[in-house]
Design a protein around this ligand. Structure first.
Ligand SMILES: C[S@@+](CC[C@H](N)C(=O)[O-])C[C@H]1O[C@@H](n2cnc3c(N)ncnc32)[C@H](O)[C@@H]1O
Length: 234
């Protein structure tokens, strides 16, 4: 398990500033004709607006009982239905192929190894309808930011220290209470390699949620990939 349950206690505060991604994922969901699935749904921060905007039930997979409990309570308060399933995204299996699978908030970075991600991408490819979409975002590792922040104590939004293990391409966000969130960063070519081995095609890589082109200065990968049309499947 790579998610520290104690981190769930302050997730609301951690994620309060994250709003730019919501319209992006909502718009993808609006155009999807078929089941909608969020990997690592967390507290439902994105899935609830998606369910509201589309009037459809979103299937949410997450390995954390604490985060799923928050999602359940928030969905009830918002008056929307989520189909919450406790499970590991590496073992994704659906009864019906999805039109859209998405993974916001850099959550794929909680998977420690390339093999974990390959398994996840292969499960996604197997779980999508022909021409279904897979969308996710992740940060592009910035050595300048890492050098500045490594070991520095920060007070907001929750008191914490960020530590970088360059050898393990890992960032640890360590709260003062000891709860830790670890993220294993990946390069653009690692993401493209994952699409390649899973047999998914890149539709677009943007540098932000507003459709900004991806450039050398981009610090966020915003990926949309597609599964192949039925005619292309051997
Ligand atoms: C940063 S939160 C993201 C929550 C939500 N998607 C959002 O946008 O706010 C990361 C979530 O990933 C979940 N998670 C971590 N590893 C997982 C795995 N292997 N399978 C399923 N969920 C996982 C954690 O339980 C946590 O809820």
């Amino acid at each position: 398990m790579t998610w520290d349950e104690a981190f769930a206690n302050h997730y609301e505060a951690w994620s309060a500033h994250m709003t730019a991604d919501i319209p992006f994922y909502v718009n993808l969901a609006r155009t999807a004709k078929g089941p909608l699935v969020e990997l690592a749904i967390g507290n439902g921060r994105v899935a609830i607006p998606v369910a509201k905007a589309t009037g459809r039930r979103v299937i949410g997979i997450d390995s954390s009982p604490a985060m799923l409990a928050q999602a359940r309570a928030r969905a009830a308060a918002a008056g929307v239905a989520l189909d919450l399933r406790e499970g590991d995204m590496r073992d994704l299996a659906l009864d019906e192929p999805a039109a859209l699978i998405y993974c916001p908030a850099r959550a794929l970075l909680h998977l420690p190894t390339w093999a974990d991600r390959r398994r996840t991408f292969e499960r996604v490819a197997a779980s999508l309808r022909p021409e279904g979409r897979f969308a996710w975002n992740a940060f592009a590792f910035d050595h300048g930011i890492a050098a500045r922040l490594d070991g520095e104590h920060q007070t907001g939004p929750v008191p914490h220290t960020v530590r970088y293990s360059v050898g393990d391409n890992r960032t640890d966000i360590v709260q003062d209470d000891g709860a830790t969130s670890s993220l294993w960063w990946a390069t653009k070519n690692e993401w493209l390699g994952l699409l390649d081995v899973a047999g998914l095609d890149l539709e677009v890589l943007n540098g932000g949620f507003g459709g900004e082109p991806f450039t050398d200065d981009s610090r966020e990968y915003v990926f949309v990939a597609r599964s192949r049309p039925l005619s292309d499947v051997p």
